[in-house]
Design a protein around this ligand. Structure first.
Ligand code: UDP
Length: 411
């Protein structure tokens, strides 16, 4: 195959330096030929899939045999797990015994179909969480939760924590998400692959081609939000902010989203937003990483006006491209944007509108923030940093699964 090659740790050398590359490869070598499996609920359509697509390949390139399996589930199962996702982010939930039965039944079916006899099993998010009930563990199991756990629903948490406490470690994105658990908790922030189709450099011609493919007008400055059609991303707030901003500055809003197979609410959110579409408010439901890349590069302002956000890879991606980013003051976004330094944080529709106008009027400000944004991603949010933190965690398991020096939580 001509020109086909996978990214390796060495490809990051010009971004992170030779010493970092050597240190990571050395840590990987010391783990021997560890066999690791990740389990999640969708191959595309959200941050978990985006991270695993790159991280699993990078791990393999360094000799850690890393696989990725998806659980199969019926629509009613995913409707329940989406309700759980929402409740973990603070919603109410009507947790009936039927819901718990379907949830656990699907886990049993998937447990029978899969044979996890790996050296490490990493289970992502609530969907596959109960799998652990059906195994006699031979190795450590880690639950990696990506959602914003600022205020989980107490009833749901009490049900799930019985499952969570069967794990040997829990990995959350931020110390602020730490819970009262008997299981040791570790905190690892996600990261991006700068060489993926979402993030790699594009020429102006390639950007133009993607935008014209979707008939996106380029005559006025573009304001963009890229995210699943999910209420926590506040797409309605984005439209309202844009409507206020456009009274002061002419611009076009593009909302791009995809609908993940494990997110049954997306279709309804998309349909209701479409009522607001007009010549200057474009709403696209499509899975096209090159379009995401092109929009984040061409946008005059990138919004991520989330109300809850586990981490917010779309923020990282836009910052990497030197975009002027306006993010909701929520979860992981506040760990990426330093207000007024490498972007803006906002707490309301009005504030978002104000920042959009300011950035559209002052392009020097926009590029100054964008430059800082790119630099902060280079320093903190590239995939090599994420890989190294996982290697450290893998190396810290004692033979009998416990984490060395483990306490309930660690900041
Ligand atoms: N994404 C995409 N197309 C879309 C919307 C999102 O490819 O239409 C990608 C986006 O580029 C990012 C991921 O999906 O890599 C979303 O991750 P994030 O952490 O922002 O949010 P999540 O969906 O996990 O809540």
């Amino acid at each position: 195959m001509q020109g086909q090659s996978l990214t390796t740790v060495a490809d990051y050398e010009r971004l992170v330096g030779g010493k970092t590359v050597e240190r990571i490869l050395d840590k990987a070598r010391r783990l021997g030929d560890l066999h690791v499996v990740n389990v999640s609920s969708t191959y595309y359509g959200g941050g978990v899939a985006e991270i695993l697509s790159s991280l699993t390949l990078l791990m393999n390139s360094a000799g850690i045999k890393t696989g990725w399996r998806i659980i199969q589930g019926r629509p009613d199962f995913f409707s329940i797990t989406k309700k759980m996702h929402n409740a973990l982010q603070g919603d109410e939930i009507n947790l009936t015994s039927l819901k718990m039965q379907i949830y656990e039944e699907v886990a049993l079916e998937n447990a029978v179909r899969n044979h996890f006899d790996h050296d490490l099993v990493i289970v992502h998010d609530p969907q596959p969480l109960p799998l652990i009930q059906h195994y006699r563990k031979k190795s450590p199991w880690v639950w990696r939760c990506h959602v914003d756990l600022t205020q989980p629903n107490a009833e749901l948490w009490s049900y799930l924590s019985k499952l969570i406490e069967r794990y040997d470690a829990v990995v959350l994105s931020l110390p602020a998400y730490a819970q009262n658990l008997g299981t040791p908790q570790r905190f690892i922030m996600p990261a991006i692959n700068p060489f993926s189709s979402t993030n790699k450099d594009l020429t102006d011609k390639e950007i133009d081609e993607r935008l014209s493919h979707y008939d996106i007008p380029t005559d006025l400055p573009i304001v963009v939000q890229v995210s699943r059609f999910d209420k926590w991303k506040d797409p309605e707030g984005v439209i309202r902010a844009f409507q206020i901003a456009r009274k002061s500055v002419d611009c076009t809003l593009v909302l791009v989203g995809n609908i993940a197979t494990d997110d049954p609410e997306g279709q309804d959110v998309f349909a209701s937003l479409c009522r607001c579409a007009d010549e200057r408010i474009r709403i696209l439901s499509v899975q096209d990483s090159a379009l995401v890349n092109a929009l984040q590069r061409r946008a005059a302002v990138v919004l991520q006006k989330s109300i809850r956000e586990g981490f917010g890879l779309t923020v990282t991606e836009a910052m990497w491209k030197g975009a002027a980013v306006v993010g909701g003051r929520a979860g992981g976004i506040t760990h990426q944007i330093e207000d007024g330094v490498n972007g803006f944080l906002v707490g309301s529709v009005e504030e978002a509108a104000e920042r959009i106008v300011a950035l559209l009027k002052d392009r020097t400000l926009a590029s100054r923030l964008g430059e800082k944004a790119r630099e902060s991603v280079r320093n903190r949010f590239l995939m090599t940093r994420l890989m190294e933190e996982w290697l450290d965690l893998m190396g810290s398991f004692e033979p009998r699964f416990g984490l060395r020096g483990a306490a309930g939580s660690q900041n």
